[in-house]
Structure formats: structure tokens, C-alpha cells
Ligand binder design. Sequence first.
Ligand code: GDP
Ligand code: IMO
Ligand code: MG
Length: 422
Amino acid sequence: MNFNVLLGLQWGDEGKGKIVDVFASRYDVVARFQGGPNAGHSLEFDNVKHILHNIPSGVFHKNIQNIIGNGVVLDPVIFRQEIEELKEKGININSNLFISRKAHLILPSHRILDAASEAAKGKSKIGSTLKGIGPTYMDKTGRNGLRVGDIEADDFREKYRFLKNKHRTLLAQYDFQYDLEEKEQEWFEAIETLREFAFVDSEHTINELMLQGKSVLAEGAQGTLLDIDFGSYPYVTSSNTVCAGACIGLGVSPKNVGEVYGVFKAYCTRVGSGPFPTELSNSHGEKLQKQGNEYGATTGRPRRCGWLDLPALKYAIMLNGVTRLIMTKADVLSDFDHLKICTAYKMKDGSTISHFPYNQYDIAEPIYKEMPGWSEDISQIKSFGHLPEAFKQYSRFIEEQTGVPVHIISTGPKRNSLIEID
Ligand code: GDP
Ligand code: IMO
Ligand code: MG
């Protein structure tokens, strides 16, 4: 099979960007299929850290074609910033980035609507990245959206005005101050940058490339537990982050899906609001945050931290049909006396369950298996055999419980901090 999918199995920030960058040299095409600039994918090599939002994580490899698929929502302003930052680093991707005409555009008024909606929700806010994701997908499903292909139409400005005026009407319902004029000018300037790239019918592009025998890696954004259908609704993002979303978001038939790489952190983190059964509000949580440098790549917000949650992981593996697991941030777990893995939940009604429940706020407390920790720094280790015995035990327990092999263990943010297991 030459269409493989790589996605997150938790609440995002699992380290997808790093792993896509590692894998990219083995593929001809890297394609984003959903989400937008709410994503922050970090890549680190040659002592430089790069953070990508709209742009696929294959761009640092010269011979790879990168595609922004139809399922993505694109903010021209953030896109332009990314392009400029890459140019400053001597990387020009004008010839190897293709953008789907069917991808929807994030307007400045989408971002304002996002902010107004969150402000109105008060304490029950989603904790959105405020990039306009929800309002843009609302316009997509409401059949009001503006797409990249519209930029090529003569009546683009008219279409823009029509949608903006609709947003103004909506905004009148909120007690929210905003200034659109300046943002609009910046947006239209950024549209000119977008025009420098090839707009394509990416479903044809991808399928034709696959027919020619080229291999495609689909790069997920966010994580399975933020999926609009299967995540901890309403504390989710507005797209399908699961494997099926890769088919929809790129126009590839499900029968073409080969490997499904499920990326998960060796523990759990979550940024934004919503249930988090294994969250630690104690020194262990603080230690994970400190050792893992857990701050959002897009918003800089501190990430909430907790122990690994197996019922949630198994749920994600089931939904995605994961064939290979990739465990990241394994190095962060060094220097704990003991570690815990959640294997089931004690519910508020007194029952015990081992599946991820409809309402995670019904969980009274997680049931943990305690495991020995290790003190060694594992960041320089290059083979599974050299890892501490306690780590091997931790990893094998996850494999036994999930029934899926751990294919890669990531031991640091850099491209080469990696153990690949056959
Ligand atoms: P993504 O959104 O899934 O691409 O993940 P992010 O880039 O938002 O967050 C992952 C963070 O962990 C980034 O700062 C990465 O540089 C870093 N990272 C990735 N893999 C590892 C790892 O194995 N160990 C450590 N210590 N950091 C890692
Ligand atoms: P990557 O691709 C972590 C979270 C937000 C919020 C919720 C909804 O880097 O893993 P949205 O902006 O979509 O309206 O926010 O989803 N969220 C992420 N959390 N990583 C991400 O992306 C995220 N994208 C959105 O914090 O809770
Ligand atoms: Mg991220």
C-alpha cells in the first residue's frame, strides 16, 4: 500500500510533527487532511526548532511534494507568516507545495466570531486556540464557506463581502468589541501570497501520484480525543481527526489505506478545557510538565499533564485501526520512583468500567497499575535492548494491553532521537 496515515491518539501535541519529519524522507508526498492553524507541529534538526501550523511537516525535505488537502481550513495570514519564516531560513517551498481548491479559507471575521463565542461561554469555554476553526467549519457545513478555489473567481471580493456581512450580523448578537478593517487589509495582502502557489484539485493530484506508484503520508492534526464525533464533545475541535478523516480530507478511497501510525505520548497531556481522567494536580503532574516542557506550540499555554490512560488509548486504536504505535517523549519519564498506567475507571455510580465512557465527567477516579520507574537518562539510547528493564516492562505492558506493536520510541525532540524497532 502506498497511502499511510500518521495521526495523534490523545488530545493533540503527541509529537506528530517530529515523526512526520523523520518519516518524510521515505515518502514522495506528505499531505495534511484536516484542521488548520490550531495545529502547532514542532520539528527540530541542526539545532533549530521549527513550528508549522498550516504547512505539512514534509517541507524540509527537498524532493517531497506537500499538499494541503480539501479537509483543511487555511488562514492566509498565518500561512504567509510561515512562508516568510521559512524563507528567512533559506527554505523556499513555492515549487513543492500544492493547495487544494476545496480547502476552506479562514476569514478575519471567523477569528472574531471564535473569540466572541468563547467569551460568551465564560467558564464553559472550549479553550479554543482562537484561530477561527469552529466558525470556518460551521460555514463549510452550513454551505456558506469561501474556498481557495474562489480566489480564482472574478467575484471573489463580492463573495468575501457577502460572508463578512453575514458574520457582522452574527457578531451583533454578542457584546463583543472588534476592529475588522486593519485585519481585512492584511488578509487580502496575504491572499496575494497564496496566489503564488499552485491551487490544485488535490484529490486528482493525489490519486494520480498514487497510480504512478508514489507513496503518500497523510499527516493528522490534533488528536483522536479531540475528534468532532468521537472526542470529549463539546471540548473538541471541529474536524474528524481520525483515520477516516484522511480519506475525506484528501479524497482517497478507504481501500487504499495501508499502515496507520498512531502517535502517543508515554503519558498524557491536554491543553484547553474538558475532561481529563488521569490529570495530575500534584507534584507528579508538575514534574511531567517541567521535564516534558509542556507548553502549547501554538498558544504557549501550559499543558495539563497526567498518567497514560489505556482505555482512552485503546479507544483511539480501535477508531483508527492503528497498525503500529509510536511512543513519544519516553525520555520525559526518567527519574520517577514509580509510574502509573490507568487500566480502568471507577465510576461515580460505583461501577468499574474498562472502556472510554460517553461522559468522562462520570468517572470518579482512574484505576491504576503501578510500575517501577527508572533513573537513567534514555535520550542517547539507540536500541531497544539498551533501554532500562523498567522501561521495557512499561512498553511491553502497553503492547500486551493494546495488541499493537510499538514500532518507534522517541527519546527527544530532535530528528535523530529515536529508536526504531523491527
Ligand atoms: P504535535 O502537535 O503532535 O506535532 O506536537 P507538538 O510539536 O505540539 O508538541 C510536542 C513537543 O514535544 C514539541 O516541543 C517537540 O519538540 C517535543 N518532542 C517531540 N518528541 C519528543 C520526545 O520524544 N521527547 C521530548 N523530550 N520532546 C519531544
Ligand atoms: P496539534 O496538531 C492540542 C484544542 C484546543 C481546544 C480544542 C478546540 O498541534 O496536535 P480549536 O482551536 O480547534 O477550536 O480548539 O482543541 N486543540 C489542540 N490541542 N494540539 C492541537 O493541535 C490542537 N488543536 C486544537 O486547545 O481545547
Ligand atoms: Mg502541537
